[in-house]
Every structure is written in structure tokens, then in C-alpha cells.
Ligand binder design. Structure first.
Ligand code: NAD
Length: 287
């Protein structure tokens, strides 16, 4: 039986990171600019600690000015907003990222929307989402941008294909639909209230799963030759990280498939770096 081509996000991310590092060095040499990324982390969530450490390491490897603001679990909304206000006005900072999720007493929407759209390197601000919806992309949400980059790299971002996205969150499913519409795909977005999920999956030329639960999609539903992008990251009780889709069985049907780990994840962080450079260039009038 045929086996799918593996969409290697890790390799593509490494290649792109080298380009970003070279571009950063050129910005410093030719224009005296150093992209600056501020990461705000609140509380002690272990997964968030790992994500923030990885982002900081990558920023340092790219040659950025990188700062971390660690705030206590019980920090007030006012103090978080005051910090973001300071960062919005800090000329050395071109990108601000608040690591989600936030402790329950904080208003995630208000905090995310308090970041200046020009420094919103996660691409979560209504202004940037609106720009994407209006086909004038500015700072684009990192995970969907990373998926698009992979599809282009493998030459499989075809106009007119039927894309089925499972998951409709603000950070993955919805902006993913907007990205695909931009390329001319016909898009179906399904979610927890969707009836007949199987029928939708069976009609997909491109299937993107961003559910956050394994076992919802039966590999038997995947059309032969389809492109499968697994955004989900799930920790099993035995400690293993897996996607939403069973890689081994899906690879027997798909034409292309992204693994977890090593697929979309490394691209997301790389797009964060790309957005930070883009922002720094915009501030310097070089974009
Ligand atoms: P979320 O919980 O905000 O959204 C999940 C979506 O899945 C919702 O729209 C929900 O309606 C849908 N859903 C839930 N159960 C369903 C079902 N039975 N059938 C159909 N749809 C269902 O999650 P999120 O923040 O969008 O993240 C989704 C997954 O992607 C998580 O595993 C997360 O860790 C992962 N993620 C990965 C990256 C990356 O870089 N690879 C980035 C962001 C998120």
C-alpha cells in the first residue's frame, strides 16, 4: 500500500530559521536595528513554561533582543495592562506575546486586545484578524501561517481545492479558514456542533485537524491521496505526544501528512520569529 509523503515541518522550520537569522544580522549591519520580542508569562503552568523557554531560545538563536516578563499567578488585570502599555511604548520592542492560557481571573480578550496591533506578533488582535479577513494580511496568526508556508513549500497549496478544517478556535481554525480562502480554496469549517463529521472528512482534498483530542477522526474516512495536516498536540497518559490523527494508519491513505511532533509545531514558532522581523522592519520603514 502507498505511504504518504511526510510533511517535514522540523526541516522546513530549520531552513527558515537560518534565513531569519541572516536577515536579522543584515538588519543590524545595514540599519542598526535589532528585532525585539517581549514574552509575558503569568503563573506556573508547566506547558506554558516550556513554550516560553522554546520561544526565548529561538529568539536568542535568531539574534533578537529578547525579554521575558514573568508575573505571579495572582497578578491583577490592571498590572498586566500596565506592563503591556509600557511594552507598547518601548522602542526596543517590536513584538509582544502574552502566553496563553491565562489564569481564570484575568480577561484574556481584553489583555490580547491591549497589545498594539503593530506589535501583535501572535496575530490575535482584532485589527490583524480583520486585515486577514479583508484580504490585506498584516501580522498573521502564526499557526495558520505556518501551515500555509508548509503547503507552499511542498507545492500543494492548490487553488480550488476543498479544504476541511476541524476546529473553529480563534487561534487556529478560524484564521486557517481565512488563509485558505485567500489562496482560493473552498473551505468547510467543522466543530463540536457539526453533524456528520465523517461526511465532511470524506469530501476533503485538504484535511486540517485542530481539535486537541485524539480518536475523533477515523483514518478510514480520509480520502485516498488527501493532504492531511495535523495541528493537534495531545499528551497521552504514558507521556507520549501525539496529534489528533493516528499517523500510521492515516499515512496509508493520505498523499501527504504532517507528523506530531515535527510537523506544524516547529513552524508556529518560526512564524513568530518571522512576524517579529516583519514588525521591526515596519517600525523602521523598511517593510
Ligand atoms: P480549542 O479547544 O480552542 O478548539 C478546539 C476546536 O475543536 C473547537 O472549535 C471545538 O469545537 C472543536 N472540537 C472539539 N471536539 C470536537 C469534535 N468531537 N468534533 C469536531 N470538532 C471538535 O483548541 P485550539 O487552541 O484551537 O487548539 C487545538 C489543538 O491544536 C490543541 O491540541 C492545541 O494544543 C493544538 N495547537 C497546536 C499548535 C501548533 O503549533 N502545532 C498551535 C496551537 C494549537
Amino acid at each position: 500500500m502507498a505511504t504518504a509523503i511526510r510533511i517535514d515541518g522540523k526541516a522546513k522550520a530549520a531552513e527558515l530559521s537560518e534565513k531569519i537569522t541572516a536577515e536579522t544580522a543584515a538588519l543590524a549591519r545595514d540599519h542598526g536595528i535589532k528585532p525585539g520580542l517581549a514574552v509575558v508569562i503569568i503563573g506556573e503552568d508547566p506547558a506554558s513554561q516550556v513554550y516560553v523557554r522554546n520561544k526565548q531560545r529561538r529568539a536568542a538563536a535568531c539574534g533578537f533582543h529578547s525579554v521575558k516578563h514573568a508575573l505571579p499567578e495572582d497578578v491583577s488585570q490592571e498590572d498586566v495592562l500596565a506592563l503591556i502599555d509600557d511594552l507598547n511604548g518601548d522602542d526596543a520592542i517590536h513584538g509582544i506575546l502574552v502566553q496563553l492560557p491565562l489564569p481564570g481571573h484575568l480577561d484574556e480578550g481584553a489583555i490580547t486586545q491591549s497589545i498594539s496591533p503593530a506589535k501583535d506578533v501572535d496575530g490575535f488582535h482584532a485589527f490583524n484578524v480583520g486585515k486577514l479577513a479583508l484580504r490585506q494580511p498584516g501580522l498573521r496568526p502564526c499557526t495558520p501561517r505556518g501551515v500555509m508556508s508548509l503547503l507552499h513549500y511542498y507545492g500543494i497549496a492548490n487553488r480550488s481545492m476543498h479544504a476541511v478544517i476541524i476546529g473553529a478556535s480563534n487561534i487556529v481554525g478560524r484564521p486557517m479558514a481565512l488563509e485558505l480562502l485567500l489562496t482560493g480554496s473552498t473551505v468547510t469549517v467543522s466543530h463540536r456542533f457539526t453533524r456528520n463529521l465523517e461526511d465532511h472528512v470524506r469530501s476533503a482534498e485538504l484535511l486540517i485537524s485542530a481539535i486537541g483530542k485524539p480518536g475523533i477522526i477515523d483514518s478510514e474516512w480520509i480520502p485516498r491521496g488527501a493532504i492531511v495536516v495535523d495541528v493537534g498536540i495531545n499528551r497521552l497518559p504514558d507521556g507520549r505526544l501525539v496529534g489528533d490523527i493516528d499517523f500510521a494508519s492515516a499515512a496509508q491513505r493520505a498523499g501527504w501528512i504532517s507528523p506530531v511532533p515535527g510537523g506544524v509545531g516547529p513552524m508556529t514558532i518560526t512564524m513568530l520569529m518571522k512576524n517579529t522581523v516583519q514588525s521591526a522592519k515596519q517600525f523602521a520603514g523598511l517593510a
